[in-house]
Design a protein around this ligand. Sequence first.
Ligand SMILES: [Zn+2]
Length: 271
Amino acid sequence: MVPNRLLVPVVVLACAAPAGAQVPAEYQRLDREVILKRLHTVVRGDQARLAKLKELFERAGCRGEQLTEQPVPELELPNLVCRLPGEAGGIIVVGAHYGAHPAGDGAVDNWSGAALLPSLYQSLRGRSRRHTFLFVGFAGGEPKHRGSKTFARSLRKRDIRAMINLESIGMVRPLAWDYSNERRLARYLNRVSRTSMLPVDVMPPEKLGKTDAQAFARRGIPALTIHSVSPSNYMIRRDERDIVEAIRENEYYETYALAAAYLAYLDANLP
Ligand SMILES: [Zn+2]
């Protein structure tokens, strides 16, 4: 699609890093056109969505043995896992379900999240990393979240430093639910938001907040969902209004930029 050399310059967040940060938090910020073009690749049908997600990962540079499938019990389609190796032992999981509700196009819920996974991978791959990142497109989705449950169960808890989930983003400016007790992921996200001047509202999970992050939170893994779901737009995701036009381009791109900066920051600052 777009080679790295055409990307806009690296944004450096090192000035915001607290004492103890081991490497500068840097990422390559992809161009807005690339991010929006990938959003517009949305297709109906989970089989086609899986194939499209795989294609996006491969074009972003994740292929061969770094791109694998994980079977999910009771589902025909697998989780799709892109691995970006790091130098130390810890793992950061970045997830979004690609499976869609049959009404609408499933653009908001959750192609908006799944289509960002290859871009986030691409934003981080050009620099050395402490953590190994696993970018996972989860099969299924609401209400059973089978893909994320299967994936969360397959991990050794002690290896996982955080799980960041992307769910129905871009309808409004970014919101976040932090499922952990210690709130460190929320504090870090607020810090990145202030530094990069990309606004976000972090709050405790509401009843609207059943997401793929919870399978990880239940295992005691710090987990946070970035989303754009509010009481006024919640039902868009359940009917024919779930089309790409329900997503605001500026908010979508800013959510991408915030997520990319956040992942770079987590890599520099999580143990
Ligand atoms: Zn969803």
